[in-house]
Design a protein around this ligand. Structure first.
Ligand SMILES: C[S@@+](CC[C@H](N)C(=O)[O-])C[C@H]1O[C@@H](n2cnc3c(N)ncnc32)[C@H](O)[C@@H]1O
Length: 329
């Protein structure tokens, strides 16, 4: 069975477009303009992000591939029964998860894979390509298009099976610390005592390495795509030619922060909001943030939000960790 479902639990009066519009208006109205990176992810945004993950300079993806390849057996050992749900929050193209899926199929596990993502293109492509490669196996796939918790709650509420939940990549790194805590606290409340969470963290490393990772031309393309999205969804007249991107590690916030800088004095009109937004020459619009963690901070984060750490899985350079957690009893 290979299928995708669109989740629609939000009230009809509060559509995705309205949420998008409210977020853009709020972010462009701050003294220091700032928009969250989830706005970038439509089908094209997911495609650019996939290209970024294939760059040698972009360490998190290569490191996490190495971890999953080297430790797929350890991950499979977590599963004690032979029937379970493999749930992936913010799956994107799921390319790292495919390694695990293939390993679990080789070991004859019977499981149902649920990739959850707000990017419909990412979920549909992933379900389709798994169907092409695995239609003659026992694999069941239900792709859920929607928010993490809408998806997760739909699955766990209706199923007594144990769950292995994946939250891979730098998705937690992209949340500011307060949002990360709320997210993890909600997650620990949604999971049961038999469930495991495998969660990725990009670790703090030399700011020089971080600089080269976040300043490749593809990163600029990815961040500028945010302006395309606002033009498409809200009928704005951003001109990408008049913005340049730079990413920098900030030792005060402990995050790599990506900015689009306006190369000229300009006013942008957003039709759907019926508003103008002014940018001074070299004014910055923050489009992304990626907080970098130490191991001690990760362990505190687990402990303070209802989890206990079972094991840390590192790449050979210790640039990244996939940490295995259980809900604390
Ligand atoms: C940084 S990418 C990571 C993708 C993938 N896990 C990886 O490791 O390559 C974050 C993913 O989370 C998705 N996402 C962001 N906010 C989301 C939300 N609230 N609910 C579901 N998916 C979300 C994005 O569409 C994107 O595919």
């Amino acid at each position: 069975m290979f299928e995708t479902k669109v989740l629609h639990t939000e009230p009809a009066s509060f559509s995705h477009e309205e949420q998008f519009a409210n977020t853009v208006h709020k972010g462009l109205s701050f003294d220091k303009k700032r928009l969250p990176s989830w706005l970038i992810f439509d089908n094209a945004g997911s495609e650019i992000f996939k290209e970024i993950t294939e760059l040698t300079e972009y360490l998190p993806a290569a490191c996490e591939f190495e971890i999953i390849r080297n430790y797929k057996n350890n991950i499979a050992e977590l599963i004690t029964g032979d029937i379970f749900n493999l749930i992936e929050l913010g799956s994107g193209d799921g390319c790292k998860t495919r390694i695990l899926i293939e390993h679990l199929l080789d070991r004859k596990f019977s499981f149902h894979y649920f990739p959850i993502d707000i990017s419909s293109g990412a979920v549909k492509n992933l379900a389709r390509s798994l169907e092409i490669d695995h239609q003659d196996t026992s694999l069941k796939v239900t792709g859920l298009i929607g928010d993490y918790f809408e998806g997760l709650n739909t699955i766990v509420q209706g199923s007594p099976k144990p769950n292995l939940v994946l939250f891979l990549g730098v998705t937690l790194n992209n949340m500011d610390p307060a949002a990360a805590r709320i997210f993890l606290e909600n997650l620990s409340k949604s999971l049961g005592p038999k469930d495991y969470l495998l969660i990725g963290f990009d670790l703090m490393k030399s700011p020089k390495l971080l600089y080269s990772a976040y300043n490749h031309p593809l990163f600029e393309k990815f961040n500028l795509h945010l302006l395309d999205r606002i033009n498409q969804v809200l009928g704005a007249d951003f001109n990408k030619k008049y913005f340049v991107q730079e990413g920098q590690y900030n030792p005060i916030t402990r995050a790599v922060e990506s900015y689009l800088y306006s190369t000229r004095n300009q006013t942008v009109h957003i039709n759907a909001l019926n508003k103008d937004y002014h940018f001074k020459t070299w004014e910055a619009l923050q489009t992304e943030q990626s907080f970098k963690y130490t191991l001690e901070e990760i362990e505190n984060l687990a402990f303070e939000n209802g989890f206990k750490v079972v094991e840390h899985l590192f790449d050979s350079q210790k640039y990244f960790v996939d940490s295995i957690w259980k809900v604390a009893e």
